[in-house]
Design a protein. Sequence first.
Length: 224
Amino acid sequence: MTRYNGDQIIIVLGALLLFCDAPFLEPNSGWQILRAGRKSWFWGNMLYIVVVSFFYTICLSMIPVLLVFPNVGWETGWGKVISTLAQTNAAYTFDQEPLDYLILSRFSPQEAMGLTMLAIWCLSVMTGVVSYAGNFLVHRGFGIVINCGIALTALLLSKFSSITIGYYCAPPLWMNIASYKWQGYGNGPSMAYVYSVFAIVIGACTILSYLGIRKKDLNFVEEI
């Protein structure tokens, strides 16, 4: 699901649908802020983004299992089929791309799944806080525009730019751990680069939104 540009765009847009109405100002938000205080209300929103992103990631991880149910079983290894497809060109016979053999040789299925889910979770959280900051600090709808641009970076950069540059500038590509550089192998960024960017963007948007919620005059008539 995370290997193709179309699926990557759908995953990001799915997260955007969950957070497009950030900062979640409702008709009763004024009373909530008065009772809880601006700080508590704000951190409650941030916690909501983190928790919903987590469950969104879990739901996405279950889709491949549901698609092959009930023809599914528990196995701790990669299995003969996937291993064979990764080491031969047999997958192209069925119009499919084989799983990168470097992933099979370096990680167990559980580790690969965990790293992929972690990247999806971080990207979903980033989508939420970018929507929050853009909609709240600039103009309602601005965060949606920014996230739509982020969603399209994977497709646009793969079409109009060097693929190496695309790996560094397109967050949706980071959901595919095969695009990372592992111990000098690969054309993409390292895990340190990927999660540093995630941390910087999430941290910056959170801080700016926190400073804004403390000082901005909340006119609910205009915001709703």
